[in-house]
Design a protein around this ligand. Structure first.
Ligand code: ASP
Ligand code: MG
Length: 401
């Protein structure tokens, strides 16, 4: 079997953990498997590098930033190679250039285009464990690029696809994917399985377990993933196309506090207004999420929408500078999104109503609503997030296996 194993920063944060990871990989290797290991930078190294860069230049060139980032992953793969050598097992570390992991040229947010499998396969052929840097790539001019924060998951999935691996295991500091964040919801429970689509919604909603592009890629190439703990041998969660065992209406509850709401009041009720507003925002790369338009009255209407809290000030500035077709702008940053996700809701009426009822029972007011085929999201006051999550989680009995 060819196994790709990915370990995040906390799993390789110090000497003891590095050896712990080395031993887990060696176990698979000694059973006769081919083992490819993908690592993130140790602990909070990537954040440390950002701090270091900002001390030198508050606005560092993006190319140099990526050049700097690559040192984080390069350190962990080299140390892992040394740990395996110390344990007497042949291993080799490779960075993105040595493997030839080709990406687009977008520094800080590059996309993987093609991975050469030749070098890795050669090393495996010689019965070595191959340790590869996550998160980094090279563009067509051999500049280093990075895939965006959390991007090592995507490296692992891409490698699994390129090498046609038999398994892709993502090791992290939690035991798998939960019905909700166990730090916030007391009855949260680990899921045995989840579909790509559900995982994609949860990853995008900030559930934090997997990089969302890694899930997109896994779905596209049919790479079955296992998310499990690097600290114990608990079973983990399988992410795949179809789930048989737990065909649940709702699989999980997620929350995102990094949200701001912006409302424009007194817009003219005529064609083109929404286009002009959102076009200005799009041209400045402001991502807009939920959008609500009121019914027109006396030839005016209101439009409210949400953005990431970090883009809110910029969004308001852009509107004030370029758009001007409104009476008044109103914004608030202390709002949060709470979402339920489940492939089963597609064919079931009443799921949204049940969520709204749970919130009503808690006296929590809903500010905005948006839905997809497998998701219902509400915007509420940030201070009620945990209460809302618990109430909704209990209403769907997600804690009961
Ligand atoms: N080291 C990078 C980060 O902290 C990539 C990763 O951990 O996946 O974002
Ligand atoms: Mg991660």
């Amino acid at each position: 079997m060819l196994i790709v194993k990915k370990f995040g920063g906390t799993s390789v944060a110090d000497k003891e953990r590095i050896f712990n990871v080395a031993k887990r990989c060696i176990e698979d290797y000694q059973k006769g498997n081919d083992v490819v290991v993908v690592l993130s930078a140790m602990g909070k190294m990537t954040d440390v590098l950002i701090e270091q860069a900002k001390e030198i230049n508050p606005n560092p060139p993006k190319r140099e930033m990526d050049m700097l980032f690559t040192t984080g992953e390069q350190t962990s793969v080299a140390l892992m190679g040394m740990a395996m050598a110390a344990l007497g097992v042949p291993a080799i570390s490779l960075n993105a250039f040595q493997v030839q992991m080709h990406t687009t040229s977008v520094y800080g947010n590059a996309r993987l285009k093609r991975i050469d499998s030749e070098r890795i396969l050669n090393e495996l052929e010689q019965r070595k464990i191959v340790i590869v840097t996550g998160f980094q790539g090279i563009d067509k001019f051999d500049n280093y690029t990075t895939l965006g924060r959390g991007g090592s998951d995507t490296t692992a999935v891409a490698l699994a696809a390129a090498l046609n691996a038999d398994a892709c295991e993502i090791y992290t500091d939690v035991e798998g994917v939960y019905t909700a964040d166990p730090r916030k919801v007391k009855n949260a429970r680990k899921l045995k399985e989840i579909t790509y689509d559900e995982m994609l919604e949860l990853a995008t909603l900030g559930a934090g377990v997997l990089h969302n592009r890694s899930v997109e890629m896994a779905k596209k190439y049919g790479v079955q993933l296992v998310v499990r703990s690097s600290l114990n041998s608990a079973e983990g969660t399988v992410v795949k196309e179809e789930v048989k065992m737990e065909k649940m209406l709702v699989s999980g509850v997620a929350a995102d506090k990094d949200v701001a709401r912006i409302a424009l009041i007194g817009l003219k009720d005529e064609p083109g207004v929404a286009f002009r507003l959102f076009n200005h925002l799009a041209r400045h790369n402001i991502n807009v999420d939920m959008i609500l338009q009121s019914v027109g009255r006396d030839n005016t209407k209101d439009i409210s929408f949400t953005t990431n809290v970090d883009s809110a000030d910029e969004a308001i500035e852009i509107i004030e500078r370029h758009f001007k077709e409104y009476d008044r702008i109103d914004s608030e940053k202390n709002v949060a999104k709470v979402s339920i996700v489940g492939a089963g809701m597609m064919s079931n009426a009443g799921v949204a109503a049940k969520m709204f009822e749970a919130l009503y029972d808690e006296g929590i007011n809903i500010r905005m609503i948006s839905t997809s085929e497998i998701r219902v999201t509400v915007l509420i006051d940030e201070k009620y997030v945990e209460r809302a999550m618990n109430a909704v989680h209990d209403a769907f009995a997600l804690g009961d296996a």
